[in-house]
Design a protein around this ligand. Structure first.
Ligand code: IPE
Ligand code: IPE
Ligand code: MG
Length: 250
């Protein structure tokens, strides 16, 4: 958390004198439909409220100079939901990207999509590729949005890509190590997250960042994603700052 502590304005960030380094926070943004159900609203309203919550958090962590934020927006298993909900979500992603990209760029956010983009509708896929290209020089927050993301899919595709490179004579099988495998993942250029927050109370990874979170600290809150506020983020960071990270050592 050095960056946040040194540059952050929030009291909670400053309190932990011996704060742990924190550059990369990953979030499983869960609980949109429960939020809507509690209010007798349609699911769509829950997803819209989820977008608002994400905008609020991106602004907040950007102001505090967090380096990397990686959020789970749609898993490779979420296609199993009703067609109506899936279509709604795809339309929502497309609208949000159209409406918000200019502000993100203004705030120097570098946007990346991680996941298998091939299954995305062509127009959305092109907008995603374009927004990644157009923000690649931005020096502010690195925002990764996981869409059609699944760790098993990611690792399977990496295994296939390595095998192809071995076949082409570009890779010596003896040289395959953890670093090389990491470079074949969607997250190739990113450090592993130090902290993973899950809203909505479920105690599982749901196929998110399995490889990358080998030694990540988990924080689960029952707060539903649309209700997740900067104060809740601060609370997670504050709890993280008291964790004892041992990495299997003493
Ligand atoms: C997370 O909220 C958003 C997506 C998975 C797209 P959910 O839609 O899973 O909402 P709950 O967990 O059913 O309340
Ligand atoms: C995980 O939430 C995926 C996203 C938040 C995008 P899910 O709601 O799909 O996970 P499960 O089904 O509760 O494991
Ligand atoms: Mg859910």
């Amino acid at each position: 958390m050095n960056n946040l502590v040194k540059r952050g304005a929030s009291k909670q960030f400053e309190e932990g004198a011996e704060a742990l380094p924190l550059d990369h926070v990953a979030i499983i943004m869960d609980g949109n439909r429960r939020w809507a159900r509690e209010r007798l609203l349609p699911r769509a309203a829950g997803h819209q409220a989820g977008v608002k919550s994400l905008k609020r958090l991106v602004r907040y962590v950007g102001e505090r100079s967090l380096k990397y934020l990686t959020v789970y927006a749609f898993s490779s298993e979420n296609w199993q939901r009703k067609e109506e909900e899936v279509s709604y979500l795809l339309k929502l992603f497309s609208d949000v990207l159209d409406d918000e990209f200019a502000e993100l760029a203004e705030n120097k956010v570098r946007l990346r999509f991680i996941g298998d983009l091939e299954r995305m509708p062509a127009k959305l896929k092109n907008s995603m590729l374009e927004s990644m290209e157009n923000s690649r020089e931005n020096t502010g927050l690195n925002l990764q949005v996981a869409i059609n993301y699944g760790s098993r899919l990611e690792l399977t595709q990496a295994a296939r890509a390595i095998a192809m490179d071995v076949k082409r004579g570009l890779v010596d099988p003896e040289s395959i190590d953890e670093n090389m495998l990491s470079r074949y993942l969607y997250t190739a250029d990113l450090p592993d997250p130090e902290l993973l927050i899950r809203t909505g109370g479920e105690m599982r990874l749901s196929n998110y960042l399995l490889w990358q979170s080998a030694y990540t600290e988990f924080y689960v809150t029952s707060t539903l994603w649309p209700d997740f506020k900067p104060e809740d983020f601060d609370l997670a960071v504050s709890e993280f700052s008291h964790r004892n990270r041992r990495y299997g050592g003493d």
